[in-house]
Design a binder for this molecule. Sequence first.
Ligand code: OSB
Ligand code: MG
Length: 369
Amino acid sequence: MNIESIELRHVRVSLVSPFETSFGVTTDRETIIARVVADGVTGWGECVADAAPGYSCETVTTAWHILRDFLIPELLRAPLDDPRDTPVRFRRVRGHNMAKATLEAALWDIAAQQAGLSLSRYLGGVRERVPVGVSIGIQPSSDKLAETARRYCEAGYRRIKIKIKPGRDLADARAARQAVGDTPLMIDANSAYTLADAPLFQQMDALGLLMIEQPLGYDDIYEHHKLQQQLSTPICLDESIHSAADARFALEIGACRIINIKQGRVGGLTNAIAAHYVCRQAGAPVWCGGMLETGIGRALNVALASLPNFTLPGDLSASNRYYRLDLIDPPFELNPDSTLSVPAGPGLGVTVIQDRLDAATLRRETFRR
Ligand code: OSB
Ligand code: MG
């Protein structure tokens, strides 16, 4: 693969409704879209870093800096045989997983197109439709939450996740359970609690939750093991898993029973696939996490979620759950069986709508060999 040019765009797209988590509120999603041209083929990648370092230490600005000053020069320096070699090419840059994953995504899109295959096929995907759920942000009140949860159930989502934070936890979880009946329900704390809150999570056991996502420290594994010992509900780790090795460690010590895989958080698709196989080896199911991606990042996630061990519904909702006008065509739509269809066309299998991308662009820079 001879990389000819790489274009970065800092984009901003408005969410259909503000998304509140324990670490803050997002109204407009800001991110970076990379367009890579190699051997005359165009590939797209979306960065999952946000404007603020609330979920992880990376931001749009740190990712831009690492991409421009280190990762892009490294890719333009010499040809690349396979997208699987990207983590090795980037190994002299410590961390910055989200920045790295942005370029690797575009390279996978190109490689799959060159092979004449959909990205899902190219990765060894086994599903044409992937099971999905919806992630509901913290609402103004428990009543509003119940109403929102009911609305998503009616829209066809068969797995509901609610965000919690201190002061908005047990009552919200109970209201959601009441609202959704026996629809699979889970909660995500985004690291807002400590081990001293174990009694709160023990009370949650009575709600029959599918899992409790990342209750404790964003960089913790050990205390999650302490908490898991006191709960019957499975813990799922998100923030603290940055590699296949982290996943293996967490599962081996019993810090969780499920892992949320986000390709951006683990430094790209190659590492995400490796983490997925590590979990399968350990007998732990995984699901594909989301970061409010536009259709560009969503198409990649949907392909990833078609791999064999992604047996639980992912945070991959329809385009209209996030954006009024997505950046891609066709938009992702929810099937009646609470799945998204895996695009069958070459590469990501979706078309970027250039006008909308241009309208969303705040800044742009192109790099050439
Ligand atoms: O913790 O899973 C998370 C969104 C932004 C940052 C972190 C998370 C989330 C979500 C939304 O839960 C998932 C989605 O994209 O639907
Ligand atoms: Mg999460």
